[in-house]
Design a protein around this ligand. Structure first.
Ligand SMILES: Cc1cc2nc3c(=O)[nH]c(=O)nc-3n(C[C@H](O)[C@H](O)[C@H](O)COP(=O)(O)O)c2cc1C
Length: 185
C-alpha cells in the first residue's frame, strides 16, 4: 500500500478474526519498529509479543480480551535510558514513535491494531510477563486481522460518539505559520 494510503486507512480495530499472524509478517512489523528514531539513539523501547491467550486476562481488561485478537504486543521502555529535559520525559516519545512505526507497518500488512493506553494495570502486566522493575509499560496493542468495520466494532454507541474515530480537526485549527495562531494560508 502506498504510504499516505496506509496513514489514511489505519483505524483502531476493536474486533478481530482468530486467524494467526504469520511469523514472517510479525517479523517485518517488528523490524519497522526497530528502525524508529529515539533519544540519542538509545533505543530504550522493548516489546513483549504475547501469543498465549491464557495470559491475556492478566494483561488487558475483559473488554479488550473480548475483541478476540490472537496476539498482544506490549510496549515498554526504560526511562533511565532516555532523555529528561525541561520537565519532559522522552521515554514516552521514544516508545510512542516506535509503537507508531509498528502500527503503521501492521496497517500496511492488512493487520489491525489499537493503541491501548488505559485498559490495563501496569503492575499486573509486569507481574504476568516478568517485566523488570525499572521498565515502564507504555502501551499495549492487540494484533490480528480485522473482523469488521472498526467503527461498528466500538463498544456501545456512547463510546462510538465520544471517540468519533473517523474525524480529525481541520488543519486550520492545528497548524500555524510563523506565529502560533496565525493561519497557514
Ligand atoms: C496514547 C493512546 C492511548 C489510547 N488508549 C486507548 C484505550 O485505552 N482504549 C481504546 O479503545 N482506544 C485507545 N486509543 C485509541 C484512540 O481512541 C483512537 O486512536 C482515536 O479515537 C482515533 O481513532 P483511530 O485510531 O481509529 O483513527 C488510544 C490511542 C492513543 C494514541
Amino acid at each position: 500500500m502506498e504510504f499516505y494510503e496506509v496513514i489514511k486507512n489505519r483505524k483502531s480495530i476493536r474486533k478481530y478474526t482468530a486467524k494467526k499472524v504469520p511469523e514472517d509478517v510479525l517479523e517485518r512489523i517488528l523490524e519497522a519498529a526497530r528502525w524508529a528514531p529515539s533519544w540519542a539513539n538509545r533505543q530504550c523501547t522493548r516489546y513483549v509479543v504475547v501469543d498465549d491467550p491464557a495470559l491475556f486476562p492478566n494483561i488487558v481488561s475483559g473488554i479488550v480480551v473480548g475483541w478476540g485478537a490472537p496476539m498482544l504486543i506490549i510496549t515498554c521502555a526504560d526511562p533511565s535510558n532516555s532523555g529528561h529535559k525541561g520537565g519532559k520525559d522522552y521515554y514516552m516519545l521514544d516508545a510512542g514513535i516506535s509503537m507508531e512505526h509498528l502500527i503503521l507497518a501492521a496497517a500496511a500488512e492488512g493487520l489491525g491494531t489499537c493503541w491501548i493506553g488505559g485498559m490495563f494495570d501496569e503492575d499486573s502486566v509486569k507481574r504476568a510477563l516478568d517485566i523488570p522493575e525499572n521498565m515502564r509499560v507504555v502501551a499495549v496493542t492487540p494484533l490480528g486481522y480485522p473482523e469488521e468495520n472498526p467503527l461498528k466494532s466500538l463498544v456501545g454507541s456512547a463510546m462510538r460518539s465520544a471517540i468519533r474515530a473517523d474525524s480529525r480537526k481541520p488543519i486550520t485549527e492545528t497548524v500555524f505559520r510563523n506565529k502560533y495562531g496565525r493561519q497557514l494560508k
